[in-house]
Design a protein around this ligand. Structure first.
Ligand SMILES: Nc1nc2c(ncn2[C@@H]2O[C@H](COP(=O)(O)OP(=O)(O)OP(=O)(O)O)[C@@H](O)[C@H]2O)c(=O)[nH]1
Ligand SMILES: [Mg+2]
Length: 293
C-alpha cells in the first residue's frame, strides 16, 4: 500500500528483500517439516509398530495388550490414525503402536515415517485367511515405504535410502478354522527369516508369551545398579542393547562416569556372585552392577 515515487524507492526495495527473505525461510521450514514427517514419541524400553493388511487385528492386539482403546470393527480400514499404548513385560514397559492398514496411498507418507522410526516392525496377519500371502504383500508395502527387513535383504540393489529393520510376524486369529494348517504353511515359508508368534487377540491364546518374544526381538537387556554398601535399585533397570559392556553401562548412566570408573562388581551373569570385572565385561539381562571409582 506504500505509494510509489522517488522518495519511497529505497523503502520499497527494503521491503521486497525482507519479503523474499521471509518467504525463503518459511519454505525451508515447511520442507524440514515434510522431511521429519509424523512420528510417535518413543516411550518405555522400546517401540514396536504393528503393521499389516486391513482387518488383521492390529487394533484388537493393542486393546488386548495395553490400556489403549482404539476402535475395533468387523470391517476393514477402521484405523485412521496411529495410536500408541504401553505393554507390560515383567518390570518394564514396551510401547506398541497401532497404525492404519498398509496399502493406502493417502496415508503412506504417515505410515512410512512411523515404520522408519520403529525399533521393530511387527507384521500382523490373519491366520483365518492366507497369512503367507499377507506377509508377502505386507513386505512389498514396507518396501514401498523403503523399510527392508534386516534378515531379508533385497535381491536387487535399491537406489536411494533404505531403512533396515528387525521384523517379527504376529500370526493372529489362531482361534479361527484352518488356522493350524495356515500357520504351518506360514512357518514353512518364513520361519527362517522372522520370529513367528501365533496368538488370538480375542481369545487370549499366546498373548502371555508375546511380551517376552517382543522383548527378545528388541535385543535389549535390563541392568540394575547398586551403590557400594547399599541395596540394588531393583525398581528402575537401565535398558541397554544386548552385548553391552560395563563401560557402556557406565556411560549410559553418566557421560563422565565411564572415565572415572576403575572396576565394577557384578552379580548375576558373572561366574561367581559379586565378581570383580573391568570395563570390557559383557553384561547379561538381569545383572546387578556396582561401579567403583
Ligand atoms: N476370531 C478372531 N477375530 C479377531 C481376532 N483379532 C481381531 N479379530 C476381529 O477382527 C476384526 C478386525 O479387528 P481390528 O483390530 O479392527 O483389525 P485392524 O487390523 O485394526 O483393522 P484396520 O484398522 O482396518 O486395519 C474385528 O472384528 C475383531 O474383533 C482374533 O484373534 N480372533
Ligand atoms: Mg485398526
Amino acid at each position: 500500500m506504500l505509494p510509489r515515487h522517488k522518495g519511497t524507492d529505497k523503502l520499497h526495495a527494503g521491503l521486497r528483500s525482507k519479503i523474499a527473505k521471509l518467504s525463503q525461510e518459511s519454505e525451508r521450514k515447511a520442507a524440514t517439516a515434510r522431511r521429519s514427517g509424523f512420528f510417535i514419541r518413543r516411550e518405555g524400553a522400546g517401540q514396536v509398530v504393528l503393521a499389516g493388511a486391513p482387518n488383521a487385528g492390529k487394533s484388537q492386539l493393542l486393546t488386548a495388550l495395553t490400556s489403549a482403546t482404539p476402535e475395533v470393527a468387523l470391517y476393514p480400514y477402521t484405523t485412521q490414525a496411529p495410536l500408541p499404548g504401553m505393554m507390560k513385560f515383567e518390570d518394564i514397559q514396551i510401547q506398541l503402536v497401532d497404525t492404519p492398514p498398509l496399502g493406502q496411498r493417502g496415508v503412506r507418507a504417515l505410515i512410512s515415517s512411523i515404520l522408519r522410526a520403529a525399533d521393530i516392525v511387527a507384521i500382523v496377519v490373519d491366520l483365518g485367511g492366507e497369512p503367507a500371502h499377507e506377509v508377502e504383500w505386507s513386505l512389498a508395502e514396507l518396501a514401498a515405504c523403503r523399510v527392508i527387513p534386516r534378515s531379508m535383504p533385497p535381491e536387487e540393489e535399491m537406489t536411494g535410502g533404505i531403512y533396515p529393520k528387525d521384523v517379527v510376524i504376529i500370526a493372529n486369529k489362531s482361534d479361527l478354522p484352518g488356522a493350524y494348517h495356515n500357520l504351518k504353511a506360514l512357518r514353512l515359508r518364513y520361519e527362517s527369516f522372522f520370529p513367528i508368534i501365533a496368538v488370538s487377540a480375542t481369545q487370549g491364546d499366546g498373548l502371555d508369551r508375546l511380551p517376552v518374544r517382543l522383548f527378545e526381538a528388541l535385543r535389549i537387556i535390563r541392568v540394575y545398579t547398586k551403590a557400594p554398601g547399599q541395596k540394588a535399585d531393583m525398581n528402575e533397570p537401565v535398558i541397554l542393547p544386548t552385548e553391552s559392556t560395563v563401560g557402556e553401562a557406565a556411560e549410559e548412566i553418566h557421560k563422565d562416569f565411564k572415565k572415572g570408573m576403575k572396576y565394577a562388581v557384578v552379580w548375576g551373569s558373572g561366574k561367581y556372585q559379586a565378581q570383580t570385572v573391568s570395563k570390557t565385561h559383557v553384561l547379561q539381562d538381569g545383572d546387578i552392577v556396582e561401579f567403583h571409582v
